[in-house]
Design a protein around this ligand. Structure first.
Ligand SMILES: [Zn+2]
Length: 237
């Protein structure tokens, strides 16, 4: 089992690529061990068979340079916030010794996304309990960051993904059953926009705020501690 620097957890195959794919690609390029945990296999989606989606997720993971990908096969559109699911995720956290966790933002429209972020946080706590019914040594991620999903304001920090944006799109394109037919794709994601238009508009908007070509936005619940404000990026005036 690989020891991961970063583990992203999401409800459905392709959520990770679309939301935090740029950061995962950046970290992989820096030599970090990156991983993805999908809670469901997306079987409630309109397009594609389960076998299609399983093989697409593997291909997308390779395009992002992931060292690890796993799927807990929880029922799609029925991700329950319960102890059983917390322990399944906690076992993965222990197995991979993930140091940094990426979870969905804590306010969500889709109930699976909401359950995912709550489960991920609780699993991080439970994974550190010595007496809990899990295999392996106690382990907790040191840091949790939250990817914004549909939110476009009040984020805690931005990540420059200018160098990885094309690779991120390639990874999303691996989900052929979902996005190859762009007319179908417009029906899945957002009325009138396919996922590639959506990703480009959002990443450019966020990039423009940061003075770079493309960016992703993240949230944290703690403060950021710095040594020297004089070196902070993004000019004020
Ligand atoms: Zn999703």
């Amino acid at each position: 089992m690989v020891n991961l620097d970063v583990l992203a957890i999401a409800a459905h195959p392709d959520d990770i690529e679309i939301t935090c794919g740029g950061l995962l690609i950046n970290m992989s390029k820096q030599g970090r061990k990156t991983g993805a945990l999908d809670l469901t296999r997306g079987e409630m989606g309109t397009f594609g068979t389960q076998a299609d989606r399983d093989s697409e997720a593997i291909a997308a993971g390779e395009l992002m340079g992931l060292s690890y990908r796993n799927n807990l096969s929880i029922s799609d559109s029925a991700v329950a916030y319960n102890q059983e699911n917390k322990l399944k995720i906690a076992q993965v956290i222990r197995d991979t010794k993930a140091e940094l966790l990426i979870l969905p933002h804590w306010e969500q429209r889709h109930p699976d996304h909401l359950a995912c972020t709550k489960l991920g946080y609780d699993a991080s706590f439970l994974a550190g309990l010595k007496k809990i019914d899990l295999n392996g040594e106690p382990h907790r991620p040191r840091k949790i960051i939250y990817i914004s999903y549909s939110r476009t304001a009040d984020f805690s920090f931005l990540v420059d993904i200018s160098e990885s944006f094309e690779q991120k799109c390639e990874a999303v394109r691996a989900y052929k059953s979902q996005f190859e037919n762009r007319e179908n794709a417009k029906r899945i994601f957002q009325p009138g926009l396919d996922v590639f238009e959506y990703m480009e508009i959002k990443a450019k908007f966020l990039g423009q705020i940061a003075g770079v070509k493309f960016a992703e936005s993240y949230f944290i619940k703690e403060s950021i501690l710095i040594d020297d404000p004089q070196n902070m990026p993004i000019a004020s005036v």
